[in-house]
Write a protein that binds this ligand. Structure first.
Ligand code: F6P
Length: 541
C-alpha cells in the first residue's frame, strides 16, 4: 500500500495531474472519460485531479487492499466489526430481493420483514387515527427522542422528503440541554402527542433523560395510566424498554449487526415511515438496495462508491487535503452534511488498524458543509481563495418539486455548476488585470488590486446529478455514501464500525456530575477543570 501511495505521488509530480484546467483544455472528451452513470444518477469526477495513470494506480490500490473481498465479507455477514464481534448487515434491512442473509447460520430476513410489517401496521394506525391517544383524540404530533444515529437519519430524511410528508407533524429532541425538549413541548398538546423513544442501547443519558421529561409531561397532563398510549420505543435492548414501562406491542426491535449510524433503514426509520407512509418508506429502502447491487457488481471504474472512496483516499493521503465539503444544492438536504459527519467521522476517525497496529495512513478527513446557495454567501470565499485546498462534493436535482418555481430551480442549477466551474478554472493575474482595466481602472491601480482578484483554480470537485429528490433517490444517495465510507475504511485497514472514541468523554461526564451537583469535591481533577467547575458553581442560581 505504502509503495502504491508513493507511486501515486510520483504520478502527480510527473504528469501534471493536478492541473485540471489544462487537462480540460487538452481533452474535449474529459467529461465523458471521467464520469459515469447509474440509473438516472450522473457522477462527474472529471473536475478532480485525476488522469488514467492516477486511476490505474488507485484501482491497483483497491485490489492490494482487498476492498472487493472485504465488501463481499460484509455482505456475507462475516464478523467484520472485530472489536465488538459483530456482523455489519444494514444492507439486510433494505434487501428487497428478500434473499436469505445468514448471521450465525440464521436467516435474518424473516425477522427484518416482521419488524417492517409491525412498523407498517403501527404507522398506518397513527396516520389514519385508528391508534389514538388516551383520551380518544387523533395523534397530530410525533416526537422522536434519540441522539446520534437514533436522530440524525430520521431528522435528515424527514426534511429531505418533505414533499411526501402527509402524516402527523414530526419533532425531534436530541440534546441533553433542557432547552431542546422545553422548546418542543411548548408547541404540543399532551392528548395528541406520541413520543418515540429511539435508542439502540436504551442507556444513552441524553435520550433516557429526555424520555423521563416527556413521560412527566404526559403523566402530569393526562395521568400515569395514559403513558402507554403516548409512547412507543425503538431499540435492540427489549428488556430495558420494558423496564421503562412501554408495552411490548409498541416496541420495534433491531439487532446488534445494525450500527447506530447505519440504522435509518431499521425501526429507527419509524418517524420517517409515519411521516411519508410505508409505501414511500419501501421506495426509500429500494433505493438503498439498488446501490447495494451496484456496489457489489459494477467494475471499479464504473462503481460510484468505489470511485468516491478511492478519490477520497487520494485526496487525503496523496494530495494531503485535510477536509471535504458536502454542498447539496437542494435545500431539503440541509441536514445531509451533518448526517454524513456522523456516518463518516464516527466510522473512519480512527488511528488503529484491524490488526491493532498504528494506522499507516491519514484516516477520515473532516467532513462539513451546508446547502448551496447559502454557503456561497458564507464560507465559499475560503474554498475559492484560501490557502488550503478543500475538495467539494456538489449534488443537484434536474427537477425540483416546485413546478411553478422552475425559474428558481434554473437559478439553483446555474449557481451549482458555476461554482464547480469557477473552482476548476479560476482566474489568472493577467485575466484579473485585463478585467479591471476593461472597466476603466488605471494600470497602476489594476496592478495593486488584481492579485486580490486572482483565483488559483484547479480546485477539485465532484458533482452528482439526479432526476429529483424522491424517496428512492434519497435511499440511493445515503447508501452511496455508506459504501464510500466502507471503501475508505477498507483502504485505511481500520474497523469502520466501532466508536470507542466517544467513550472517554461519556465516562468523564459521569464522574463529573456529582462534582457539578456540588456533592463531591473537584480534587483530583486538573486545575482547569476544577477552576471551571468552581466558577460555574459560584455563578449558579
Ligand atoms: O455516542 C455515540 C453513539 O453510540 C452513536 O454511535 C449512536 O448513534 C448514538 O450514540 C446513540 O446511541 P443509542 O441509539 O444507543 O442511544
Amino acid at each position: 500500500m505504502k509503495a502504491l501511495v508513493e507511486k501515486l505521488k510520483t504520478i502527480v509530480r510527473d504528469t501534471d495531474a493536478t492541473d485540471i484546467r489544462a487537462a480540460f483544455a487538452a481533452d474535449p472528451a474529459r467529461f465523458s472519460r471521467y464520469s459515469t452513470t447509474f440509473e438516472d444518477l450522473l457522477f462527474d469526477y472529471s473536475k478532480c485531479a485525476v488522469n488514467d495513470a492516477v486511476l490505474d494506480a488507485l484501482e491497483e490500490l483497491a485490489r492490494e487492499a482487498g476492498v472487493e473481498k472485504k465488501r463481499d465479507a460484509m455482505f456475507a455477514g462475516e464478523i467484520i466489526n472485530i472489536t465488538e464481534e459483530r456482523a455489519v448487515l444494514h444492507t439486510a434491512l433494505r434487501n428487497r430481493a428478500n434473499t436469505p442473509v445468514l448471521v450465525d447460520g440464521h436467516d435474518v430476513m424473516p425477522d427484518v420483514n416482521a419488524v417492517l410489517d409491525a412498523m407498517g401496521a403501527f404507522s398506518d394506525g397513527i396516520r389514519s387515527g385508528a391508534l389514538k391517544g388516551a383520551t380518544g383524540r387523533k395523534i397530530t404530533d410525533v416526537v422522536n427522542i434519540g441522539i446520534g444515529g437514533s436522530d440524525l437519519g430520521p431528522v435528515m430524511a424527514t426534511l429531505a422528503l418533505a414533499p411526501y410528508h402527509d402524516g402527523p407533524r414530526l419533532h425531534f429532541v436530541s440534546n441533553i440541554d433542557g432547552a431542546h425538549i422545553a422548546d418542543t413541548l411548548k408547541l404540543l398538546a399532551a392528548e395528541t402527542t406520541l413520543f418515540i423513544v429511539a435508542s439502540k442501547t436504551f442507556t444513552t443519558i441524553e435520550t433516557m433523560t429526555n424520555a423521563a421529561t416527556a413521560r412527566r409531561f404526559i403523566a402530569d397532563a393526562l395521568g400515569e395510566a395514559a403513558v402507554g398510549s403516548h409512547f412507543c420505543a425503538v431499540s435492540t435492548a427489549l428488556d430495558k424498554v420494558s423496564a421503562f414501562g412501554i408495552d411490548g406491542s409498541r416496541v420495534f426491535g433491531f439487532w446488534d449487526w445494525v450500527g447506530g449510524r447505519y440504522s435509518i433503514w431499521s425501526a429507527i426509520g419509524l418517524p420517517l415511515m409515519i411521516a411519508i407512509g410505508k409505501e414511500n418508506f419501501a421506495e426509500f429502502l429500494a433505493g438503498g438496495h439498488a446501490v447495494d447491487n451496484h456496489f457489489r457488481t459494477a467494475p471499479i471504474r464504473q462503481n460510484i462508491p468505489m470511485l468516491l472512496g478511492l478519490i477520497g483516499f487520494y485526496h487525503r493521503n496523496v494530495l494531503n487535503y485535510p477536509s471535504r465539503a458536502i454542498l447539496p444544492y437542494d435545500q431539503r438536504l440541509s441536514r445531509f452534511p451533518a448526517y454524513l459527519q456522523q456516518l463518516d467521522m464516527e466510522s473512519n476517525g480512527k488511528s488503529v488498524t484491524v490488526e491493532s497496529e498504528p494506522v499507516e495512513f491519514k484516516t477520515g478527513p473532516v467532513v462539513w458543509g451546508e446547502p448551496g446557495t447559502n454557503g456561497q454567501h458564507a464560507f465559499y470565499q475560503l474554498i475559492h481563495q484560501g490557502t488550503s485546498i478543500i475538495p467539494t462534493e456538489f449534488m443537484i436535482a434536474a427537477n425540483g418539486h416546485e413546478k411553478t418555481l422552475r425559474h428558481q430551480h434554473e437559478l439553483l442549477i446555474a449557481n451549482c455548476l458555476a461554482q464547480s466551474e469557477a473552482l476548476m478554472k479560476g482566474r489568472t493575474l493577467e485575466e484579473a488585470k485585463a478585467q479591471l482595466t476593461a472597466k476603466g481602472m488605471d494600470a497602476k491601480k489594476a496592478d495593486r488590486i488584481a492579485p486580490h482578484r486572482v483565483f488559483s483554480g484547479n480546485r477539485p470537485s465532484i458533482t452528482m446529478v439526479y432526476d429529483s429528490l424522491t424517496p428512492f433517490a434519497l435511499g440511493r444517495l445515503i447508501a452511496l455514501y455508506e459504501h464510500r465510507v466502507f471503501v475508505e475504511g477498507a483502504l485505511f485497514n481500520i474497523n469502520s464500525f466501532d466508536q470507542w472514541g466517544v467513550e472517554l468523554g461519556k465516562e468523564l461526564a459521569t464522574g463529573l456530575l456529582p462534582v457539578v451537583e456540588g456533592k463531591e469535591s473537584a480534587a483530583g481533577h486538573d486545575s482547569s477543570t476544577a477552576g471551571l467547575v468552581a466558577a460555574l458553581l459560584k455563578a449558579a442560581k
